[in-house]
Design a protein around this ligand. Sequence first.
Ligand SMILES: Nc1nc2c(ncn2[C@@H]2O[C@H](COP(=O)(O)OP(=O)(O)O)[C@@H](O)[C@H]2O)c(=O)[nH]1
Ligand SMILES: [Mg+2]
Length: 249
Amino acid sequence: MNLAIGSHRPCALIPVYNHEHALPAVVTALLEAGLPCVLVDDASSPACAAVIDQLAVAPDTYLLRLAENQGKGGAVMAGLREAQRLGFSHALQVDADGQHDLHAVQAFLDESRAHPVAIVCGYPQYDASVPKGRLYARYLTHVWVWINSLSLQIRDSMCGFRVYPLAASVALIDSATLGTRMDFDSEILVRLSWRQQPMRWLPTRVHYPADGISHFRLWQDNVLISKMHTRLFFGMLCRAPWLLYRRWR
Ligand SMILES: Nc1nc2c(ncn2[C@@H]2O[C@H](COP(=O)(O)OP(=O)(O)O)[C@@H](O)[C@H]2O)c(=O)[nH]1
Ligand SMILES: [Mg+2]
């Protein structure tokens, strides 16, 4: 089944770093949902690279292999450019570890097709499996993001499950330097909101499997995330007159 209608030509974009156990089921589910898959191998281990190679021989599956590990954000940015180069108009970013609820794919694509200019973002509905430390850390990020975007528009900036409109997203990453690791997901949303990018929000279930592997580095990634909020704070101050004028004009 091909989901392409008019100029709406979506693909899935999966950044992969050593998630060879969950990846095959994720790719199979996306292909079955009719979505071509762009896999970005972020310099994974040989074992994971072998699994990716096997998956990439299937029709509608594309592989971009990075020579050096870039981090989640770097892998997503490389994948956004690759998806655009391949002629897709939108990319649904899905994590390789099976954390995102793929039953929601159709709803996200429908929303994107109805609002092709918008970025369609998931806001997570956690089950009991979420590590409490990560959950509380998110509240800090919510507050920073509201301050830095000078709005309450962004309901959740850390859930990667979202449909990027490629033209606007690639234009942004080509013109600004964004964080390349776990700081990316929040930063791109704040910067898109500065650019008045329309945003749509859909609830999505997020599950942390007990045997799941997260490569989130508690200390380094939280330091990077704090630096990103600080950087955006000064960016917001420079733009504040315009952001406020825009709101109240
Ligand atoms: N942590 C991490 N994830 C990466 C990297 N490159 C790509 N990814 C992918 O980014 C997604 C999120 O990573 P994950 O470790 O699950 O982080 P978490 O969901 O925030 O705990 C997964 O699809 C990873 O395979 C990297 O350098 N580090
Ligand atoms: Mg994960």
